[in-house]
Design a protein around this ligand. Structure first.
Ligand code: LLP
Length: 418
C-alpha cells in the first residue's frame, strides 16, 4: 500500500515490524510516534539505487523529521544533511553528521546563524538574495575565511501541489530570479570572501509530475553554462527535494525511478556532482501516530465522532493543507462507521479526517494515523498546554525510546514569574 512500509497486521493487531502497536502504547503511552528503522533504511536505499548511475550526494532534509536518531540513521548510511536554521544545524551536528556534509539553506539567515555555519565548516551556504550574499561575505571576512556558496535560483516553475508547498514560482519569496543573475555574478567576482561552488533549486514538495523537474533543471543547466562561460568553477548542482510519497492508496505516488530516468539523462553530461535534498520521501511512511480513542460521540444530526488523544498539535497537516492520512484501527474491526476523527484542541480545524469510513473501534482502543513521519512531530506545538508526545524507533523486535514524553515542568521551564 505505501512505499517500503513495515506496518502490517500480525496476530490480530497492527504492528510495526515485529512489535504490536498495542504493546508499544501500553509501555510508552499515547499519543506516540512509532518509527520503523527498516523503512528509513529501505527508503534511503531505494533513493540511492534509483540515482545510482549519477554521481550524486544525498543530503537528507532534516526539516521533515529532525529527531536526532532519525538524522543519525541516515548519517550512518552515508547521507549528508540539508538544514534550514541554526537549530537544525545544531541538531545535525549533535546527531554526528560531519560538517562538510551539511548544506545550510534558508531565506532569512540571521548573522549569528551565518557565523555559526561558517565556524562549523559546513559544505556550503545557499544564497537567496544579494543583501544576504553581502552579509555572508562580511561575516566570512571577520572570520578570515572564504565562504563556499551556492546560488538558489528561482526557476519560475509552478509545480502542481498544495499552494502552501510550492516554492519555485517567482511569486514566492524563495531564491533569486534569473534576471538578477548578471548583477549577482558580477558582485561575486568583486567580493573577496565568497566562492561560488554551486547552483541550487527547490521547486516544492510532494510533486507528482517529473516534467516540473525537467522544466526547472533545463533552466538550471542553462544558468550552469552561463556561469561556466564566465569562468566560475561550479562543482555542485543541487536539485532540492520534493519527491512524492503515497498518503492515500487510491492516489499512488509516481515511483522515484521515473524521476531518476529523466533527471539522470539531463544531469549526467554536466559532469558535476548532483545534490539531492529529499525529506518526505525518506521519512513519511516510516512512522505512524498512535492515538487512543477517548470518546465516541454522536450529535443531534446523527453525525459521529471519534475523539482521540492526539490532535493538530501533533499532526497539523490535515488542518493546514487538507492533507489525507490513512487511519487504521490497531485492532481490526469488520464493521465501519462514517465519522470525523478529531482531537482535543479547541479549534474546529483540529481533525485528522472528516466524514471518513473508519473501522468501528471502541472507546479505549487505538487508532493509527499513518504516514506521520514527515512534517508531523517537527511541526508540533504546545498549544492548549499540550505535551509533546514520546517517539520510539522499532527495528525488528527491538524498540528504542528516541524522544521522551514532555512533562508539565518542561512546559513552564523557560518562564519567569514576575
Ligand atoms: N530542500 C528545501 C530547500 C526545502 O525547502 C524542502 C522542503 C526540502 C528540501 C524537502 O522537501 P521534501 O523532499 O520533503 O518535499 N510542511 C509541508 C512541506 C513543506 C516543505 C518545505 N520545504 C507538508 O507537510 O507537506
Amino acid at each position: 500500500m505505501f512505499e517500503s512500509n513495515q506496518f502490517h497486521y500480525t496476530d490480530g493487531a497492527l504492528s510495526c515490524d515485529q512489535l504490536s502497536l498495542d504493546g508499544l502504547a501500553a509501555t510508552y503511552g499515547t499519543p506516540l510516534f512509532v518509527t520503523s528503522k527498516k523503512t528509513l533504511v529501505q527508503s534511503y536505499r531505494s533513493f540511492e539505487q534509483a540515482f545510482a548511475d549519477l554521481p550524486h550526494f544525498t543530503c537528507y532534509s532534516v526539516k521533515a523529521n529532525f529527531n536526532l536518531s532519525v538524522i543519525r540513521t541516515f548519517a550512518e548510511l552515508g547521507a549528508g544533511c540539508d538544514v534550514n536554521s541554526g537549530g537544525e544545524l545544531y541538531r545535525a551536528l549533535q546527531a554526528g553528521v560531519a560538517p562538510e556534509k551539511i548544506i545550510f539553506a534558508g531565506v532569512g539567515k540571521k548573522p549569528q546563524e551565518i557565523e555559526y555555519a561558517l565556524q562549523s565548516g559546513v559544505l556550503m551556504l545557499k544564497v537567496e538574495s544579494i543583501p544576504e550574499l553581502r552579509s555572508i561575505d562580511r561575516i566570512a571576512a571577520l572570520q578570515g575565511k572564504t565562504a563556499s556558496v551556492a546560488i538558489r535560483i528561482n526557476p519560475n516553475v509552478t509545480a502542481e501541489t498544495h499552494p502552501y508547498i510550492t516554492t519555485g514560482d517567482s511569486k514566492e519569496k524563495f531564491g533569486i530570479d534569473e534576471g538578477e543573475l548578471p548583477e549577482l555574478f558580477t558582485l561575486i567576482r568583486q567580493l573577496k570572501h565568497v566562492s561560488l561552488v554551486g547552483l541550487d533549486m527547490h521547486i516544492g514538495s510532494q510533486i507528482f509530475d517529473p516534467e516540473y523537474y525537467v522544466a526547472a533543471v533545463t533552466k538550471l543547466l542553462d544558468i550552469f553554462e552561463s556561469a561556466k562561460s564566465l569562468g566560475f568553477a561550479i562543482e555542485f548542482l543541487d536539485i532540492g527535494g520534493g519527491f512524492p510519497v503515497t498518503y492515500d492508496p487510491l492516489k499512488e505516488a509516481t515511483p522515484i525511478e521515473q524521476f531518476a530516468r529523466k533527471l539522470i539523462v539531463m544531469l549526467k553530461p554536466a559532469g558535476v556532482k548532483v545534490i539531492f535534498e529529499p525529506g518526505r520521501y525518506l521519512v513519511a511512511n516510516a512512522s505512524a501516530l498512535v492515538t487512543r480513542v477517548l470518546y465516541r460521540k454522536r450529535n443531534h444530526t446523527g453525525k459521529e465522532f471519534f475523539v482521540v488523544d492526539a490532535g493538530m498539535t501533533e499532526l497539523i497537516r490535515p488542518a493546514l493543507y487538507q492533507a489525507h492520512h490513512e487511519i487504521l484501527s490497531v485492532t481490526p474491526h469488520e464493521r465501519t462507521i462514517v465519522a470525523d476523527v478529531v482531537g482535543p484542541v479547541c479549534e474546529s480545524s483540529d481533525f485528522f479526517a472528516r466524514h471518513r469510513e473508519i473501522e468501528a473501534a471502541e472507546e479505549g482502543e487505538l487508532l493509527a494515523v499513518m504516514s506521520a513521519g514527515a512534517y508531523a512531530a517537527v511541526m508540533g506545538s504546545n498549544y492548549n498546554g499540550r505535551l509533546r508526545p514520546a517517539e520510539v524507533m522499532v527495528d525488528g523486535s527491538d524498540v528504542r525510546l528516541i524522544r521522551k514524553r514532555e512533562t508539565y515542568e518542561q512546559l513552564v521551564q523557560n518562564e519567569l514569574l514576575s
